[in-house]
Ligand binder design. Sequence first.
Ligand SMILES: C[S@@+](CC[C@H](N)C(=O)[O-])C[C@H]1O[C@@H](n2cnc3c(N)ncnc32)[C@H](O)[C@@H]1O
Length: 262
Amino acid sequence: MTRQTDIDDLNKRGYASPKVVDWYDELDFTHQTERVILDSLLPAIKNQKLLDIGIGGGRTTKFLLEISRDYIGIDYTAACIEATRRKYPRADLFCCDARDLSIFPADGFAFVLFSLNGIDYVTHEDRLRVLKEVLRVLRPGGFFMFSTHNRDYRYFNKLPWQEGIRLNLGFLKNCLYTVAFLPKHFRMQRHEIHTDEYAIVNDNAHGFSLLSYYVGIDQQRAQLEAAGFVDVEAYDMEGSKVEHDRDSPWTYYLARKPLFPG
Ligand SMILES: C[S@@+](CC[C@H](N)C(=O)[O-])C[C@H]1O[C@@H](n2cnc3c(N)ncnc32)[C@H](O)[C@@H]1O
């Protein structure tokens, strides 16, 4: 098996695990930065055609349906589609992979969302394919919003005790959790990729079961611009625009399809 196939298979398996599906099924919140960006976009996307990629248990379905009933949600994990369908039986939900959006015509959506770092679970080449596909299905002037793991974060790829010792219960619990999963973590690390542009690493998400893509703001901006997006904005986890950020584990992005072909 190539490393690329390993990454894809391990992540698909991780997301299909009943425990992980249940975890997403129970999420019910809107992140502060999501609110800041969506509030700013509301006049442009209210009652417009929206595509939600990687819906998990439907956390984003809830708030996007409030913005527009012209909503389509997709996920490559069938159990996630079933979980969301139980909550929103009338919503348009499909099992579909972000790497191949050919079921959707070009220039259709005013807004595409890939939330909670869902874009980070495909290989680098596939990530570039996802960006191209999203650009294709967006209307000219349409918006793409997503978040991704920040490789410039000061504690990138550090185990809890490598971040500095703290004397509190949360720190102790985190250390015990990590120790319990260390054998698995060492096995998963064999699949890691580290390059100048990005890294794919086994972090602590869902019991160290996934391989997650991490990228800094300069590199993510360059990827989006190379794919053909314009007006790229990066936001930290408090909802402030940033050019560089070592303090946030994730970065949110908003980018636009140009009004006219370049
Ligand atoms: C981190 S969860 C986010 C769930 C939900 N969007 C939320 O914000 O609560 C990522 C979701 O993306 C899905 N996913 C990952 N890669 C995908 C891909 N290539 N195509 C479609 N869905 C994908 C996973 O199955 C998972 O449900």
